[in-house]
Design a protein around this ligand. Structure first.
Ligand SMILES: [Zn+2]
Length: 79
């Protein structure tokens, strides 16, 4: 399988992860050598020189697509 792992504002994609998939609930889980290898790669900080490929991903914002919450004024008294 493939997963994306964030470190700060950097994201790395890891492919070819051997995973088991539970036949009952579909949950994926890794053997400990696999999770160890993933953890070591993360601890190394996903060095760019080890990457087998680099991709460009588009980044989107919902700022213009979601109406801003209008804050209701507090403690406003009307005579
Ligand atoms: Zn299960």
């Amino acid at each position: 399988m493939r997963t994306a792992i964030w470190q700060g504002d950097r994201v790395a994609i890891v492919e070819d992860i051997p995973a088991h998939v539970c036949a009952d609930c579909g949950e994926q889980y890794y053997d400990s050598p696999v999770s160890d290898a993933l953890r070591r790669l993360a601890e190394e900080g996903f060095p760019s020189r080890l990457a087998k490929a680099t991709i460009t991903v588009p980044v989107f914002s919902l700022r213009e697509r979601v109406a801003p919450k209008t804050e209701l004024p507090e403690d406003v008294y009307v005579d």
